[in-house]
Write a protein that binds this ligand. Structure first.
Ligand SMILES: *Cc1c(COP(=O)(O)O)cnc(C)c1O
Length: 439
């Protein structure tokens, strides 16, 4: 398990713009593929991802940590498409999973990647633990003493030793949306760092538990690197104490959560992903100095996938209600819930630009909820029924949070690789939707 899996290219990756979407003349492209043509071939709503951007982003982490024992474990929940998981597995990725379902996805994408899986999550069930033990995953990130008891029981039943890291709560404040902040004492995640030493001490009695590491994850969409360093510094202090107590701590999982810039200019993004990852790695390295020899894990999700993807939608109609103009799209909150759930901002671009003057509009979906919106009071080029729009930065927590609310089929997904596009998930059918129901 100490195999070194982070590998750099050695020559430094060629810088890639923060997003793969750009205009050629008047038409919006994803790398070398016209979005207008993709809409014609596959319909809308359509998620479009750039393979190049995903590989680039993931590679930045691998390169930044190439000088040390480290594995970059992509957080599957950000975008759990099998095709994307396989692509990352081929780059040597590890995976952070939060359910037995995600374990199954990793298995389907790459059997050899199973040994690089860490299993996080605040409510693991017996069947999920069993499946992960049988799969021989790298480590369980355990969130409570009760879960540790269940893990020991299941490990004994299956006759295998379970490697685990306790997820500790470092009580570090990180500025982000309250729903995606997890590292404070008041959150449901992990155990208070002050209680960890006693818990590790008690586990030493079980021969079925191997206290391999310590883990931390303070939240998501955190744009400053200091909170990550502060959390890791606290973990380093704990690791020192645990070693004094005789535990052989070999792994430290620094979690995920590095944020992106959703507000960046849609057509001329300034966001420097390479620099951000270098800053992040440097901050972690400094905090890790006191750790001595450990295998470091990082679990980026959003940073890898978000800006690589967009959600393309067609305008159904434009409607005037009093002073307000509503642009109603065929995509809705069931396709991309981030605006409704986190008041998230997504830039919106016309797939064919230069068609009219700018106006202020609300962009909304057809679902029967006032929360079904993509933008309020957004200034954009005038559009009409039939026009195509692209919601940017939808590659993470987009499709993976999609639902069938309002009995709407989930969108299709396309992966663009340079000049080629491949359908990686067909659009659902109404038959798919109702297949599990019993009349
Ligand atoms: C969600 C999650 C991640 C990934 O977070 P991002 O903000 O997408 O980088 C990593 N680790 C754990 C434990 C998580 O729950």
């Amino acid at each position: 398990m100490n195999a070194r899996t982070a590998k750099g290219t050695g020559k430094g990756a060629v810088a890639v713009a923060a997003r793969p979407f750009h205009y050629r003349g008047r038409v919006l492209y994803c790398d070398g593929v016209s979005l207008a043509q993709l809409a014609e071939a596959h319909g809308t709503p359509l998620y479009v991802y750039s393979a190049k951007q995903i590989r680039y982003r993931f590679g930045l982490f691998q390169e930044a940590f190439a000088g040390r024992e480290a594995t970059v474990c992509y957080a599957v929940k950000a975008n759990s498409s099998l095709a994307i998981l396989r692509m990352l597995a081929e780059m040597g990725a590890g995976f952070d999973i939060v359910s037995g379902g995600e374990l199954e996805r990793v298995r389907l994408a790459s059997k050899t990647a199973l040994k690089r899986v860490v299993f996080s999550g605040a409510g693991k069930q017996e069947w999920e633990i069993d499946a992960a033990l049988k799969a021989g995953i790298l480590m369980f990130n355990v969130e409570s003493e009760a879960e540790l008891g269940l893990l020991a029981t299941r490990a004994e039943a299956l006759g295998v030793r379970a490697r685990f890291a306790l997820r500790v709560n470092p009580d570090v404040f990180a500025e982000t949306h309250p729903y995606i902040s997890t590292g404070l004492g008041s959150h449901k995640f992990g155990v208070e760092i002050g209680l960890a030493r006693g818990i590790y001490r008690r586990t030493a009695r079980s021969k079925w538990l191997d206290a391999a590491g310590v883990s931390v994850h303070i939240g998501s969409q955190i744009r400053a690197v200091e909170p990550f360093a502060a959390a890791l510094a606290r973990v380093a202090g704990l690791v020192g104490e645990l070693r004094e107590d005789g535990h052989k701590i070999r792994v430290v999982d620094a979690g995920g959560g590095l944020g992106i810039d959703y507000l960046d200019s849609p057509t001329e993004p300034k966001f420097d992903a390479a620099r951000k990852v270098r800053e992040y790695a440097a901050a972690l390295a400094k905090a890790a100095e006191r750790l001595g020899a450990v295998h470091l894990l990082v679990e980026p999700g959003r940073f890898v996938a978000a800006q690589a993807g967009g959600l393309m939608t067609r305008v159904i109609g434009v409607k005037q209600n009093g002073a307000k103009t509503f642009v109603i799209t065929d995509a809705a909150m069931n396709d991309l819930i981030r605006p409704a759930l986190y008041q998230a901002h997504h830039e919106i671009l016309p797939v064919r630009r230069g068609r009219g003057a700018s106006t202020k509009v609300d962009v909304v979906g057809p679902i029967c909820e006032s929360g079904d919106f993509f933008a309020h009071d957004r200034v954009m080029e005038r559009v009409k029924a039939g026009d195509l729009l692209l919601l940017l930065d939808a590659g993470a927590y987009g499709m993976s949070q999609a639902s069938n609310y309002n009995t709407r089929v989930r969108a299709a997904e396309v992966l663009v690789d340079e000049d080629e596009a491949r359908l990686i998930r067909r659009r659902e059918t109404l038959r798919d939707l109702m297949a599990a129901e019993i009349l």
